[in-house]
Design a protein around this ligand. Sequence first.
Ligand SMILES: [Zn+2]
Length: 283
Amino acid sequence: MTGSRAEGSLFRVTTAPEPFDEGAWAEFLSKELGSRVSVRFGRARSSVLRVVRAPRGARGGRGELVVHMSEFFGRAPLEVRTSVARWLSAGKRARRSVRELDRWIDDELAREGPRAPDPQSLVTRGRTVDLAPLLAEVVAAEFRTEFAHAAPPAITFGRVNGRRARRTLRLGSYDPRAHLVRIHPVLDQDFVPRWFVRYIVFHELLHAAMPVERGAHGRRIFHGPRFRAREAAYADYERALEWERDHIEELLRRPTARGRASSRTHRPVVGALRGVQGWLFPR
Ligand SMILES: [Zn+2]
């Protein structure tokens, strides 16, 4: 058992791994960690690899670990499996394993390519605003050159991934993998002016149009200096920030349109790729 905590030099490169299913993963990780682990494959790219502890068992002991992983982990070679085990037992301290895992995940996601949203799942027509013509309008007015040869993203109403912090509401997001802009259904209300929704659409399209800026250590900066400059040049920018300040409480108070067509029919097409999204209110 302890011998399996091999150092890098002992890694065997397995070229064509056999499919390693949920059961095999569970068995492997349980053995490596010395405690019961269960594994579930999923398709969401939002959580490529996530671990939770199940509620206490019947006898009150610590609940077992439940690891959710994208189904492409079924083709993970041995060294990747080992890295997962190390990450589970040491967390971020297992720096090298985390780095290797990151790299492998990036490669796998790139291999899968963009997952186009299912047009059937897109909800563009809200009660008060229709996102499709709005998107076309913003593209024509603000992004002539950027989307001259490349298609602009698709757009839909939909709950934006991520938690709702107390004074923060994420009103839009851009998902680069799906090439999809999501607009929060709370914006589909009478008191929200169309020009404000237009600003949100503009902001998310800007994420789609601009390459991600990089900071120290290659860290991604979603609202870098060039992004900020371009955003500040948007005609309604000041007015939109002001409107947001004045109405954020009201937006937060509203039940998030549960039961309305736009949210009822919305099923997240793909999740965000591990934080690769623009946050609208990061301050
Ligand atoms: Zn943003």
